[in-house]
Design a binder for this molecule. Structure first.
Ligand SMILES: [Fe+2]
Length: 349
């Protein structure tokens, strides 16, 4: 299948539960939309029915609707896994709800008033985002490109408050009109999207998406990072991640390249921040290109050495020096794992 759908390893935003919002009208349409996902290689979707004044769905109504639709899918052998959740609108009539229903751990999809920000008063989106973060949730802001009343400063404030942005499939092709298309381009170019969602409501959406499947070659948001393969004799230094979705997996230390930084300068800074250590960079070993479900990673990996022995784990929960016989003894992040054959080869020399 095409890259558009490949990138939707799972869909985090759709309205396919029948009859409970402005999405699928009935079971027949729900089943058609589910078959559309399966036909495009998507096996898991988060059912984010609206929670608004007009469609005051709750955790309970969505859980019941998702369980009923899942039973219909199972009966027909349609291999799609449904995760019940909601698209919470920041309006005082329904927000905050009595019980939040997060997806994939702690993610909460939120939306703002599309046309009239006054409808949210007295709620302030930035404050609500901050509150969710304080309570341990990861707010994901649905389709920021569609809030035509918002300013670039608003985007910055919501991101700074802790929101991640979700782009709608079709935004870049004008499905939501050209002003939203321009905003989608702006946000995409700045690399501010973390999620792609279909926001699939009905058969017309699916028909449109089928016309754009080949138009989005770079659909995944891109992250460019650097990593240090620190060598000491016949061993390399591995660190265990202590936070987030990939907590406990092993990786090479490093991180994001900041605006205006060279990859080498970024690496020296990252190692200083993560390990309180100074390194010398020997050479670029390899650049890994890897598609994670929600972003494309470009990782420049450098062979390095410590300038002095002392180091301190400021961000990681554990670290080990591994020789080539032990290198497979830890659970590597998928992108980092790509490097192992090259590292083993370099350790042999
Ligand atoms: Fe939606």
């Amino acid at each position: 299948m095409t890259k558009v759908t490949d990138s939707l390893a799972y869909d985090c935003h759709c309205h396919i539960l029948p009859g409970i919002d402005d999405g699928a009208a009935d079971l027949a349409e729900s089943l058609d939309l589910c078959r559309w996902f399966v036909a495009h290689g998507i096996t898991e979707v988060v059912c984010t029915s609206h929670s608004t004044r007009r469609y005051p769905n709750t955790a309970e109504t969505v859980e019941a609707a998702a369980a009923a639709l899942q039973a219909e899918l199972d009966k027909r052998g349609i291999a799609l896994h449904l995760i019940p959740s909601l698209e919470y609108r920041f309006v005082p009539q329904t927000w905050p709800p009595k019980r939040l229903l997060p997806w994939k751990g702690n993610h909460i999809l939120v939306e703002l008033s599309l046309k009239n920000p006054e409808k949210m008063a007295p709620l302030d989106p930035e404050e609500e985002i901050r509150r969710l973060v304080r309570e341990g949730y990861q707010p994901v802001l649905a389709h920021p490109e569609r809030y035509l009343w918002s300013t670039p400063g608003d985007y910055d404030r919501w991101l700074a408050a802790g929101a991640l942005f979700q782009r709608n499939l079709g935004s870049l092709e004008g499905f939501y009109g050209s002003p939203a298309q321009e905003r989608a381009r702006y946000l995409q170019q700045k690399g501010l999207y973390s999620f792609l969602g279909s926001d699939l409501h009905n058969r017309h959406y699916a028909e449109f998406f089928d016309t754009i499947l080949d138009l989005e070659p770079d659909i995944l948001p891109r992250k460019q990072v650097v990593a240090a393969i620190i060598r000491k004799g016949d061993r390399i230094f591995a660190t265990q991640r202590g936070y987030g979705e990939w907590k406990d997996w092993w990786e090479f230390p490093g991180g994001k390249i900041e605006a205006g930084e060279t990859p080498e300068a970024a690496l020296v800074r990252e190692i200083r921040e993560e390990l309180s250590a100074e390194i010398s960079i020997d050479r670029l070993l390899h650049t890994v290109e890897w598609d994670y479900p929600t972003f494309h990673l470009t990782m420049n990996c450098y062979l390095c050495a410590l300038k002095s022995e002392a180091l301190h784990l400021n961000e990681h929960e554990a670290a080990r020096w591994l020789d080539k016989t032990a290198i497979h003894s830890v659970k590597w992040l998928p992108a980092d794992e790509q490097l192992l054959p090259l590292i083993i080869e370099s350790l042999a020399n």
